[in-house]
Design a protein around this ligand. Structure first.
Ligand code: AHR
Length: 333
């Protein structure tokens, strides 16, 4: 995600990116949302369809583009970086006005982003960030603070432990998201930060592995965790889908999710709320997938050469079991 150095260079890169967007208009490759007859075209490369969060995000992007009158070219990369790179190259060849994408992993984007820059097509990141040697290669990120989500998950666990009255050592199993993806790296980092600073003597991550943000992955990895570590009493899952998969394995092992193994996860999708209202998940840190409207607004601004912030953060809340039942009927995703 954005580190201190990135922030220091943000002013410069926003100016550079503004120039990039302005160039896109000036040389006629863009249509402008104001006076042109052609709709602004946006090439969007989605990560995949790995989770309930992703499904909600895709719906949000598609409906917001329609609403905004943006000509959306959408592709699903099926969680593969090479598919995203070729989709972006396709959008460059089609001379779209703006490219947006949610990068499956943080590294390995410089070459294709340089190609977009050379073609004077501004790039907007959504949901996940990248690590790049040149911060002018993308204009802005519209998405969550994943490190803070990890910290919030640790704070949520404090509450859950207090409510459950768990005595003795806290033996945590961690289901990580996709290896190398920003939310996996940063949620793990934020959680560990609080754990190391305040719970070094009583909390321990005894086992940690990727479940690739999928239900099947969560189920499979949790089954293996339970075989090797029968004393786990907490699960921190980097998303609800993996927690839901893990619940199946916990029940298959004859244990009670939410009681024998306390569970904290991230996202706040409908099925996560259902599991929480059934007492099977103890607390959820929200990661809002409804980024479409904000993204379209930013895409229009960037195309018009307007200045935008380097990181447009999403607003989110945290939910305990007590709040789940009341919140469930009005959950939008
Ligand atoms: O990048 C956001 C993460 O990706 C969500 O938390 C997870 O469910 C999704 O797959």
């Amino acid at each position: 995600m954005l580190n201190r150095r990135n922030f220091l260079t943000a002013a410069v890169s926003v100016a550079a990116a503004g120039g990039l967007a302005a160039c896109a208009k000036k040389d006629g490759s863009g249509s402008g949302s104001g006076g042109g007859s052609k709709a602004l075209s946006l090439g969007f490369s989605q990560v995949g369809a790995e989770s309930g969060w992703r499904a909600a995000n895709t719906t949000s992007v598609k409906s917001a583009a329609k609403e905004a009158g943006i000509n959306l070219k959408f592709s699903d990369a099926q969680q593969k970086q090479e598919n995203q790179i070729s989709a972006i190259r396709g959008y460059i060849a089609q001379k779209v006005d703006v490219i947006a994408f949610s990068p499956v992993v943080v590294t390995g984007w410089d070459a294709v982003l340089k190609e977009a820059k050379a073609a004077k097509i501004p790039v907007v990141l959504t949901d996940r960030s990248v690590e790049t040697s040149d911060s002018s290669l993308y204009v802005t990120l519209v998405g969550s603070d994943f490190t803070d989500e990890g910290r919030r998950a640790a704070r949520m666990l404090e509450k859950v432990l207090a409510k459950a009255g768990l005595k003795g050592p806290v033996k945590i199993a961690q289901l990580e998201g996709t290896t190398g993806a920003a939310p996996a790296i940063e949620r793990g980092k934020g959680f560990k930060e609080i754990m190391d600073a305040e719970h070094k003597s009583d909390w321990k991550i005894v086992v940690s592995q990727s479940g690739d943000f999928t239900r099947a992955g969560g189920k499979q990895v949790m089954a293996a965790f339970l075989q090797s570590h029968s004393d786990i009493n907490v699960l921190f899952a980097h998303n609800d889908d993996m927690a839901i998969g893990a619940i199946q394995s916990i029940e298959a092992a004859g244990k009670k999710p939410g009681k024998d193994i306390l569970i904290v996860s991230v996202d706040g999708v409908h099925d996560g709320f259902v599991a929480m209202s059934q007492g099977k998940i103890n607390g959820i840190v929200e990661c809002n997938p409804l980024l479409g409207p904000q993204l379209m607004e930013v895409v229009k601004k960037v195309h018009d050469g307007q200045k935008v912030e380097r990181w447009i953060k999403t607003k989110e809340s945290d939910y305990t079991q007590d709040q789940a039942k009341a919140a469930l009927p009005t959950r939008k995703y």
